[in-house]
Design a binder for this molecule. Structure first.
Ligand code: GRF
Length: 192
């Protein structure tokens, strides 16, 4: 059976990281077994660190504040990803702008909490909640030099209901994210 390795990058809570580990790590599908080669976190106190450990993976901590230049941090990331032998890198709540040093060397996908190309950037959930649009959703897309601008791979949407609170809206987004990201990675890798 072919083993396909991925790397997961995260910065915070790590609920998506957890779902990826639960649904994909060491799991065998029709054409491959997926293995999370390593996880990488840029914040030394992120909650997700324990979640990764729970699955037996000690995350590599690359604290971005210790790097003088953005490019230096990205170089360290690229080096660690190449060393892992992973063919796909997954940004699961990884809150860093990435330079061409990363985007030109790493095949990566990102999870974004809006129906791209709408609501790019860090305030997507708030902006989509407060917009007059009746439909909201999430996207998985390839990482390119443009923030949240690479080709879209998969999306899921839902209807905003009358009187929906921000908390309900946010939790709906997370429920969909937890389904769509593992499913999309499986579909990308589980091919002959
Ligand atoms: C998710 O909403 C994701 O779309 C965004 O950051 C959040 C990460 O959440 N990029 P978690 O750390 O996976 O819980």
């Amino acid at each position: 059976m072919v083993i396909k390795k991925i790397v997961i990058l995260f910065s915070g809570t790590g609920s998506n990281l957890e779902k990826l580990l639960e649904n994909l790590h060491h799991k065998t599908f029709e054409h491959c077994t997926i293995e999370v080669a390593t996880t990488i976190c840029n914040r030394p106190h992120a909650e997700g660190i324990e979640k990764s450990r729970h699955y037996g993976i000690e995350p590599l901590i690359l604290d971005h504040t210790l790097f003088e230049k953005r490019e230096d941090f990205d170089k360290a990331l690229v080096e660690a990803i190449h060393k892992s032998g992973a063919e796909l890198t997954v940004l699961a709540g990884f809150m860093r702008f990435l330079t061409p040093c990363f985007t030109q060397n790493i095949k990566a996908i990102n999870l974004h909490p809006s129906l791209l190309p709408l609501f790019k950037g860090g305030k997507a959930i708030e902006e989509s909640f407060h917009s007059p649009l009746k439909t909201a959703g999430i996207s998985v897309h390839y990482v390119s030099e443009e923030l949240d601008g690479g080709d879209i791979i998969a999306q899921k949407s839902f209807e905003k209901t009358e009187g929906m609170s921000f908390e309900d809206f946010e939790s709906k987004i997370h429920i969909l994210e937890h389904e769509l990201l593992p499913e999309t990675i499986k579909n990308l890798l589980n091919r002959k």
